[in-house]
Design a protein around this ligand. Structure first.
Ligand code: PMP
Length: 474
């Protein structure tokens, strides 16, 4: 019997057992892991091996854009497969990846003209940090006194930029990063604007508080930034932040104008601004890129997730011509960016990314989004009335719903109770797959979701929440 035939005859029992025995799932306590095997998808729905249907309420970890099995995206992959699946982009090129780079430059904020491809968001961030550092080294090499000074990055509290060591160096979600402190560099952290003061939650739960314990309004964070720039602008390589919403930090929505003000400050003091749009890019906030809401152009832009509409791993780091020029020279100068990933610029991923950008236009996705976003806003009101729902934050088609024991005081559940995780698990039996961030239930469906499907998702979310928290107050 050929190997593939043997696989298709595997019993579910085997698959469940082997899943637990051999697959180390991300962000999962494997001792408590309960398998759910997804076999196929269709639009915004996923189907498990028993044929049960679920709304993909987290867009397969925030990356699916046009739904699963979109005929045009499927065709883009198979057409490219008919030519070649992958060749290296280390010193070699191909038509599909070139066309994608050109399209990305066209759709991204003005001034970003160079595209460095990698395989996942964390790698796009690593590249951004190294590019910023090396840029200063080489741009300033006619000023020897500057050469080694710009070694520091500034990031927000509760920042999340990925899980590789560089990315967690600028990350501020303590429960993910604190343990690896001895292995990473220390970024300077300024408080996330708008967070309540308080100690960080002990583990994967509790309300969001700024880890520095400082509550800050946007203007306090901005004046902290300015003080830093005045005191040590020549040692800062860049500011890195997610524009508008800190997603993994708990769907923390910044006050309007904050991003614009950070851009103005960084420009005034000659500091590079790296924007991480890995979660918020490609339509998630209602515009193609979140930074467009405040008319901001970063010096470096990190893209991932929705870049390939959630089909294949690919990420990109875009930079300006000014930055790129600092890397030019003869081979002997050693100014090249000696960094790269085997699958950076992969053709299959590039083909599907290109087709996704065409779909944005042909299906008028950005034009359709405001209606769906305001529908979500109205539906979230229903959830706000539930007795154990605290703060709800929304930006575009992303929302975070805090679960609390006491609404009035926003008193958190003891973290050991894993209320967020339990509510998401309970929502499964009502037909939705959701992911939580501590005790924040996250709603982030594919952008192609219709208002009727959104109603189903909200109903399943409400059912999941009430079945674990109960309908009445304490
Ligand atoms: N930056 C942000 C803002 C993210 O949300 C993520 C992933 N959730 C990353 C970086 C890391 O991306 P990846 O998981 O593809 O490495």
């Amino acid at each position: 019997m050929p190997a593939h035939a043997a696989i298709s005859h595997l019993s579910l029992e085997h698959l469940h057992a082997w899943d637990q025995e051999h697959v180390w799932h991300a962000f999962t306590q494997m001792a408590e892991y309960e398998p759910l095997l997804i076999e196929r998808g269709d639009g915004i729905f996923l189907f498990d091996t028993a044929g049960n249907r679920y709304i993909d309420g987290s867009a397969s970890m925030w990356c699916n854009v046009h739904g699963h099995r979109h005929p045009r995206l499927d065709a883009a992959v198979t057409t490219q497969l008919g030519k070649v699946a992958h060749t290296t982009n280390l010193g070699l090129s191909n038509p599909t990846t070139i066309e994608l780079a050109r399209r990305l430059v066209e759709v991204s904020p003005p001034g970003l003209e160079k595209v460095f491809f990698s395989g996942d968001g964390s790698s796009a961030v690593e590249a951004a940090l190294k590019i910023a550092f090396q840029y200063h080294l080489q741009a300033d090499d006619n000023k020897p006194e500057n050469i080694t000074k710009r070694t520091t990055f500034v990031a927000l509290g509760e920042a999340y930029h990925g899980d590789t060591l560089g990315a967690i160096g600028v990350g501020g979600v303590d429960r993910f990063t604190a343990m690896f402190g001895p292995l990473t560099f220390d970024a300077i952290r300024v408080p996330t604007p708008g967070l309540p003061a308080g100690p960080p939650p002990p583990s994967d739960g509790g309300p969001r508080t700024d880890p520095s314990g400082q509550a800050a309004t946007a203007s306090e964070t901005l004046s902290r930034l300015e003080q830093l720039f005045v005191a040590q602008s020549d040692s800062i390589a860049a500011v890195i932040m997610e524009p508008l919403v800190q997603a993994a930090g708990g769907i923390l929505v910044h006050p309007p104008g904050f991003l614009r003000a950070v851009r103005d400050l960084t420009s005034r003091y000659g500091i590079l601004l790296i924007l991480d749009e890995i979660a918020v890019g490609f339509g998630r906030t209602g515009r193609m890129f979140a930074c467009e809401h405040e008319d901001v152009c970063p010096d470096i832009l990190c893209l991932g997730k929705g870049l390939t509409a959630g089909y294949l791993p690919m990420a990109a780091t875009l930079t300006t011509d000014t930055i790129w020029r600092a890397f030019l020279g003869s081979h002997a100068d050693g100014r090249a960016f000696y960094h790269g990933h085997t699958f950076g610029g992969n053709q299959l991923a590039a083909a599907v990314a290109l087709e996704s950008l065409r779909l944005f236009e042909d299906e008028e996705l950005l034009e359709r989004l405001p209606g769906v976003i305001s529908h979500l806003e109205r539906q979230l009101q229903q959830l706000a009335d539930l007795p154990h729902v605290g703060d709800i934050r929304q930006c575009g088609l992303m929302a975070g719903i805090d679960l609390v024991t006491t609404k009035e005081t926003a008193e958190p559940y003891p973290w050991e109770e894993r209320m967020g995780a339990r509510a998401c698990l309970a929502a499964r039996s009502h037909g939705a797959l959701l992911r939580q961030l501590g005790d924040t239930v996250v709603i982030m469906p594919p952008l192609s979701i219709s208002v009727d499907e959104l109603d189903m998702l909200i109903a399943a979310t409400a059912a999941g929440i009430t079945s674990v928290t109960g309908l009445s107050g304490p």
